[in-house]
Design a protein around this ligand. Structure first.
Ligand SMILES: *Cc1c(COP(=O)(O)O)cnc(C)c1O
Length: 494
């Protein structure tokens, strides 16, 4: 299968090239030339398989340059005992019409693991297929979650190193501990004096420094990113929509062929886009409920067809969704409009004016499939409290935003359709807000709050979080903004 840029159909590459390069040269995102269609028998046979087999079968459809053996090996090491649940992405039923897809049983307790445990394998294999002889160093600027998930994914992966920069005093105590206690011979972590933007600007500058790239190249290194617009991060996410549907059927709560709605807490639009692709591939998906926090640019877009990022930025208790430019929306626009020139024009307007309006036909198709909505932090907390009190089910702040959208949607259509709520983080990952939602005190350190939540709810904290306080702190460096490049050089050329 070939891939091309959302902004130019004539910019054609192989799957390996799409994954190795990440972004198309014209700034567009790589998309498959067509979406494979699954027959009912194919989906039925997935229902009888385990997660790893489902993953191999779905991903193989998009990666014909990779052999089945090769994919099996990758999938087995990506989704093994690094997950603390045998189903990898288990489905929990609140009632027969309401299911929660838990995507946080991986090593960092958030859904980014679903893709970032797989990406290093896809990336190193893709680089080999492209004839790349140099070793790759992944550079990441993080506001918390992505950095840790990328570290876990790339730790001890041969032919790679990974260096993560985070803002000094700009991440939670738990997030900082997660990163600076990271194990692995090939990993590095450094704080940067400044905020997340400073760290990100610094990393972008390093990527743009040709002279530095030449210097690294002479020593056998090149730099790459593990950004969420890489096709290698999106593809593993399509799998769990098929998997959740199969588990719903297997539960006996729906019959095969019945449609299921999915509610997704959305930031960069990667997760929910994977659901859209699954629907286009033949999965019986009804509505896609796109849930935002107070950064409600997507909710407005889905309703009006106008994307306008010119609005205040809100810092919320669901920080991984605090985003005003949802990069992966570009892929949806291409998928719906089928026009590279249109997409290029929308993105040009977004760049120049921070705003674009899609044509009526595109807006209508999107509206037939997607339902947007958003809620405030107060509403998020009240849903956490309500579902815990009524059903004994504890969820994190991001998941609660999606749950709220489901409750609102049901009230509006006066019907309960079978729905899967996509749960993107363990409640322990955001335990201060979760404790607050439950009415508990939050005046303690991050590691103490983890214990407090465990005692209060009589649930065990996930292993990767419970042992944090006693792990060795390996990385205590803090770099000045202007010294980030030197940090990279020291890390690679020591
Ligand atoms: C990244 C993230 C999201 C947003 O996912 P997108 O694919 O960017 O829409 C939601 N919840 C959590 C916990 C995340 O880490």
């Amino acid at each position: 299968m070939k891939y091309f840029s959302t902004r130019d159909k004539n910019c054609i590459v192989s799957a390996a090239e799409a994954i190795a390069h990440g972004l198309a040269p014209d700034g567009g995102l790589f998309v498959p030339e067509s979406l494979p269609k699954l027959k009912n028998e194919d989906i039925k046979s997935l229902c009888a398989a385990d997660y790893r087999t489902r993953a191999v079968r779905i991903m193989k459809l998009f990666l014909d340059e990779f052999s089945e053996d090769e994919l099996e090996r990758m999938v087995n090491s990506a989704y093994g005992d690094n997950f603390d649940h045998p189903d990898i992405a288990p489905v929990h039923f609140i009632d027969e019409k309401t299911a929660v897809l838990e995507l946080w049983h991986g090593p960092t307790c958030a859904f980014k693991d679903m893709a970032l445990q797989m990406l290093p394998h896809l990336l190193t294999a893709s680089l080999k297929k492209c004839g790349e002889k140099r070793n790759v160093c992944i550079l990441v600027a993080t506001s918390g979650d992505t950095g840790k998930a990328a570290l876990e994914g790339f730790a001890d992966v041969e032919g790679t190193k990974i260096l993560v920069f985070y803002p000094h005093n700009g991440v939670s105590e738990v997030q900082q501990l997660q990163m600076i206690t990271q194990s692995g011979k090939n990993v590095g972590v450094s704080a940067v004096y400044g905020n997340f933007d400073d760290a990100q600007t610094g990393v972008k500058k390093i990527f743009g420094d040709r002279e530095f790239a030449d210097k690294l190249s002479a020593k056998g290194w090149f730099l790459s990113s593990a950004n969420s617009i890489n096709w290698g991060r999106l593809l593993p996410q399509i799998v769990y929509y098929f998997s959740a549907y199969c588990d719903y059927v297997n539960s006996g709560n729906i019959a095969f062929g019945d449609t299921v709605d999915f509610a997704v807490p959305t930031g960069n639009f990667g997760n929910i886009l994977a659901c859209w692709y699954a629907k286009k591939m033949g999965l019986p998906v009804g509505k896609l409920l796109c849930a935002s926090n107070e950064n409600n640019v997507l909710a407005d877009f889905l309703e009006s067809g106008v994307y306008d990022k010119n609005r205040p930025f809100h810092t919320t208790i669901s920080p991984s969704m605090d985003i005003l430019v949802s990069s992966n929306l570009e892929r949806l626009l291409y998928s719906v409009s089928g026009s590279d020139t249109q997409v290029a024009e929308y993105m040009r307007k977004l760049n120049s004016y921070g705003r674009y309006a899609v044509d009526d036909k595109t807006a209508d198709i999107i509206r037939e499939n997607f339902v947007g909505g958003f809620c405030t932090d107060t509403e998020t907390k009240s849903v956490i409290n309500k579902i815990y009190t009524e059903h004994g089910y504890l969820m994190d702040t991001h998941t609660a935003v999606a749950y709220k959208k489901v409750l609102d949607h049901r009230a509006e259509i006066k019907e309960h359709t079978p729905t899967v709520i996509v749960s993107t983080a363990s409640p322990y990952k955001f335990c201060d807000s979760v404790l607050d939602a439950l009415g508990a005190e939050t005046n303690a350190s991050g590691t103490q709050l983890i214990e407090r939540l465990s005692e209060l709810t009589k649930t065990p904290a996930p292993k990767p979080l419970s042992g944090l306080g006693s792990r060795e702190k390996r990385f205590n460096g803090v770099a000045q903004k202007q010294d980030m490049e030197k940090t990279v050089a020291d890390f690679l050329l020591e």
